[in-house]
Design a protein around this ligand. Structure first.
Ligand SMILES: Cc1cc2nc3c(=O)[nH]c(=O)nc-3n(C[C@H](O)[C@H](O)[C@H](O)COP(=O)(O)O)c2cc1C
Ligand SMILES: [Mn+2]
Length: 455
């Protein structure tokens, strides 16, 4: 099953009691972000804000803030199925399908009509430099090869028709190539897409792979795209809102601070800007936002399945005993990886650790036995403290290239890697785990309580 657009997914969630409508007026400065933060803190519903101060556009937040809703977006029941679907799709990309018209262009605003202030873009954390677009899919093309890219970037609203952008990754490669030719890099920012698109745009596809073709493969149907009005790019036709613009060469302006995926404020520094050339949208658009910050947030949730799937496939090819791979939100998704496995022989877990730590920017890797659920951090920590002797089972690899966002790094982009072998000593006797038989046969006690209380 696939969803044509964000709305169809919202209806699907609505039927499953996963959507809460907020009709009271909410301030886009901090208050709206606080609601979205809270719902992700309690594993709560997606939120639709019908009255956002200063704008007539409703806002939706927290749509993909739980793993449960992410599995619904993938159309699967289990984590393992999502991972298999992702890996199959990687080998079976589905090209985008060009259509002549799209609802994302029902209203077209250009020139003086462009005003970012009309959109209900929230300001999130104390100290942030301004309002931030947090779920903008930045679409651009390589000026040398024409290859396409789509990636989520943080985007600061700096004026009526000006944005600041953290153009790292593939967007950064394309911008540098355009700059080398003294050219603008055209961009289109898609907001409010079918849920697979943000899930794929948060994953590092190999350079040259158009993320929309991978999204098409997971959907099982091509992503329909329509030509932009003021730039030579194609965007998802069913998006809610599209911002078209261009990044001028050799221009950098202060951007930030912003509360990041690490859970810390990042400084203000000079970054690229986007000159907005058009805003196009549906007749009655919805603005989609997400929260980022101290784990766990929707930002962390969005990143997990892609990185877990590809890390799993990589490990499985080398170490067939690997059972599952998880990147907990607590590790800012990327800095901590937990792997469960059945070792083929003594010390194999240490080879897995060595391999993991060589893949930048994992700061910490833990290998546990296959009876431990990698998604359950309590079990993982239990394995670490009960199956490990730290003088023998912890390895340190000082001074690895890592994330430039590591707040504890003494030298930017350089961190110490740590691996923990939390498997039981191979082939040696080890105490039996205590088990109370029949726990799985006990009925749903919370449902029984609800019935007993009559609600
Ligand atoms: C909510 C969210 C915000 C993100 N913001 C940024 C950002 O500002 N800059 C950046 O380089 N990556 C950011 N990322 C990570 C990129 O989306 C991710 O690394 C993606 O793979 C980049 O695409 P690329 O491989 O085409 O460069 C963000 C991810 C999410 C989920
Ligand atoms: Mn890319």
């Amino acid at each position: 099953m696939s969803f044509a657009d964000l709305r169809q997914f919202l209806s699907y969630l609505e039927e499953r009691r996963e959507v809460l409508h907020i009709h009271d007026e909410v301030d886009p400065i901090y208050q709206l972000g606080a609601y979205v933060r809270k719902t992700s803190d309690v594993g709560g519903p997606a939120l639709v804000f019908h009255m956002v101060k200063g704008s007539d556009v409703p806002v939706v937040g927290g749509v993909l803030a739980t793993r449960r809703r992410i599995l619904m977006a993938y159309g699967v029941d289990t984590d393992q199925e999502a991972i298999e679907k992702f890996l199959y799709a990687l080998d079976h990309l589905v090209p985008t399908r060009r259509v002549e018209t799209g609802v994302c262009q029902e209203v077209v605003l250009t020139g003086n009509e462009v005003d970012m202030g009309r959109l209900p873009i929230p300001t999130f954390s104390l100290g942030d430099g301004g309002p931030y677009i947090t779920l903008g899919m930045v679409i651009s093309k390589d000026p040398d090869t024409g290859s396409k890219n789509a990636a989520i970037r943080r985007i600061e609203v700096k004026g009526k028709n000006k944005l600041g952008i953290m153009a790292h990754g593939h967007t950064g490669i394309q911008q540098a190539r355009a700059e080398a030719r003294n050219q603008y890099l055209e961009v289109a920012i898609a907001l409010g897409c079918d849920p697979i698109i943000p899930l794929i745009n948060a994953w590092k596809a190999p350079y040259g792979v158009d993320e929309l073709t991978l999204a098409g493969a997971i959907r099982g149907e091509p992503v329909e795209v329509v030509r932009c009005r003021t730039v030579d790019l194609e965007v998802p036709a069913t998006a809610e809102i599209i911002i078209e613009g261009r990044i001028p060469p050799h221009v950098r302006e202060p951007e930030g601070p912003f509360g990041e995926v690490t859970g810390y404020q990042t400084d203000n520094s000079d970054k690229q800007v986007v000159e907005v050339t058009a805003i196009t949208h549906r007749r009655d658009p919805i603005y989609q936002t997400i929260v980022t910050g101290v784990p766990s947030t929707e930002h962390h949730m969005l990143k997990q399945i892609g990185i877990e799937a590809t890390c799993y496939a990589d490990l499985k090819g080398r170490f067939p005993g690997v059972k599952a791979v998880h990147f907990p939100a607590a590790g800012a998704v990327g800095w901590l990886v937990v792997v469960s496995m059945k070792q083929a022989g003594k010390y194999e877990a240490r080879n897995v650790l060595a391999h993991l730590l060589s893949i930048s920017p994992f700061k910490m890797a833990i290998v546990v036995d296959d009876d431990i659920d990698v998604y359950n951090l309590e079990q993982v920590v239990w394995a670490v403290v009960t199956r490990c002797q730290f003088d023998k089972d912890v390895v340190m690899l000082p001074r690895l290239r890592s994330s430039t966002l590591d707040p504890a790094a003494e030298e930017p982009g350089v961190s110490c890697g740590m691996g923990i072998d939390a498997t039981r000593p191979f082939g040696q006797p080890f105490p039996q785990m205590s088990v109370i038989p029949g726990v799985d046969k006990v009925p749903d006690l919370l449902a029984m309580l609800s019935r007993q209380l009559g609600r």
